[in-house]
Design a protein around this ligand. Structure first.
Ligand code: PLP
Length: 382
């Protein structure tokens, strides 16, 4: 077993070796290195064909049409393009979002707010989910966009996007969904969900970092203004030479995800059970976020009476995350945990463990015993 044991799949995943093998073919002189926008020779045509194949692979996972996929540098850029692009040029736009979105959404909305856009910040239920009535009550006649995530990256809980999408489509309000943590983990069907814009990232799904996509529904009602100007790539929505190897990698990774979704979910469900059982001797352990509406691989656990930063120091053999932000002098508790109503003290007792494709039963057992030891030790010196 390799140490430290990696239990931070929600932060990033390693590139699947199958994916890496594919990517290498699109870099070197003997590979397909051409510019996909070169129209005058075979180097370009081959690269373009590879990009279009990958577009199909990504579209397929989310039940979209190939023409609805716009390549970006990652979900951060997709979120920026979706939100800024949707409100640009609108008269007095109003946005509805929540307190526990990814920073890529929170900070984009805050920036727009500083420039006069009205933003309603929904408070999630204590289980980390937003319900359709909350969204519906927040709508105004000038609401231009609702932006909500499908699966929360810190908690692993899943919001009922389908109900919200149905309501918003009936009211004719544009709906953006950050699905970076949902793709490859749960079924994402943009048609069934009634979503207009959807953000994806390569590196959360065993693809490379630095590549992502934005789904833009083909409809006269859905327009996003370009945020990066240049050669007019991606039907004018996102200029810049396409990184063929990154895109091919994301495509292959999303194809693998389509093929393995159910199997992988079942195996993570088993590991999650094993992990929780290995902690069952400990008192005062609670799960943050919904018990039932969640992906199996992400577990945010609070250990009563234990400071999470000290616990992490005691878990040097495990790579985990606390969600806290270190500013210069103090450790700020996670805004997501605060957002679901936890006190600062409670938020400081929580750690996120995230399991993935390469996690083994042996690693889970090892992690469990280390956590039990460390928590017991910290509590005894209290
Ligand atoms: C990781 C993540 C992002 C950012 O994706 P990048 O590709 O790293 O820019 C956005 N939203 C969520 C929910 C994420 O988990």
């Amino acid at each position: 077993m390799k140490k430290p044991v990696y239990l931070d799949y929600a932060a990033t995943t390693p590139v699947d070796p199958v994916v890496a093998d594919e990517m290498i073919k699109f870099l070197t002189p003997d590979g397909v290195f051409g510019n996909p926008a070169s129209r005058t020779h075979g180097f370009g045509w081959q690269a373009e064909a590879a990009v279009e194949k990958a577009r199909h692979q990504v579209a397929r996972l989310i039940h979209a049409d190939t023409r609805e996929i716009v390549w970006t540098s990652g979900a951060t850029e997709s979120d920026n393009l979706a939100i800024k692009g949707a409100v640009e040029g609108r008269d007095r736009p109003h946005i509805v979002t929540s307190l526990i979105e990814h920073k890529a959404v929170v900070d984009t909305c805050k920036w727009l707010e500083s420039r006069g856009v009205e933003v309603t910040w929904l408070e999630p239920q204590s289980d980390g989910r937003i319900n359709v009535d909350q969204v519906s009550q927040a709508l105004r006649e000038n609401t231009a966009l609702v932006s909500l995530m499908m699966v929360n990256n810190e908690l692993g809980c899943e919001t009922d996007i389908a109900s919200i999408g149905k309501m918003l489509r009936e009211k004719g309000v544009m709906f953006h969904v950050d699905a970076a943590q949902a793709a490859g983990k749960v079924e994402v069907d943009v048609e069934a969900l009634n979503v207009d814009l959807l953000s994806l990232s390569g590196h959360k799904v065993y693809g490379p970092k630095g590549v992502g996509a934005l789904y833009v529904r083909r409809s006269a009602d859905v327009r996003v203004a370009s945020q990066i100007h240049g050669g007019g790539h991606e039907r004018g929505m996102r200029s810049g030479t396409l990184p063929t190897h990154q895109i091919v990698g994301m495509g292959r990774a999303f194809e693998l995800a389509s093929q393995q979704l159910d199997e992988e979910r079942a195996s993570l469900e088993k590991l999650r059970k094993q992990f929780l059982e290995s902690l069952s001797d400990l008192e005062g352990v609670s799960l943050n976020g919904s018990e039932t509406h969640r992906v199996p691989g992400i577990l945010n656990l609070a250990f009563e009476g234990v400071d999470a930063e000290s616990l992490m120091l005691g878990l040097r053999d495990l790579a985990v995350s606390s969600g806290s932000a270190c500013s210069s002098a103090t450790v700020e508790p996670s805004y997501v945990l605060r957002g679901i109503g936890l006190s600062d003290k409670q938020a400081h007792q929580a750690l996120r463990f995230s399991l993935g494709r390469f996690t083994t039963a042996e690693e889970v057992e090892f992690a469990g015993s280390r956590i039990v030891d460390a928590v017991t030790r910290l509590r005894s010196v209290r």
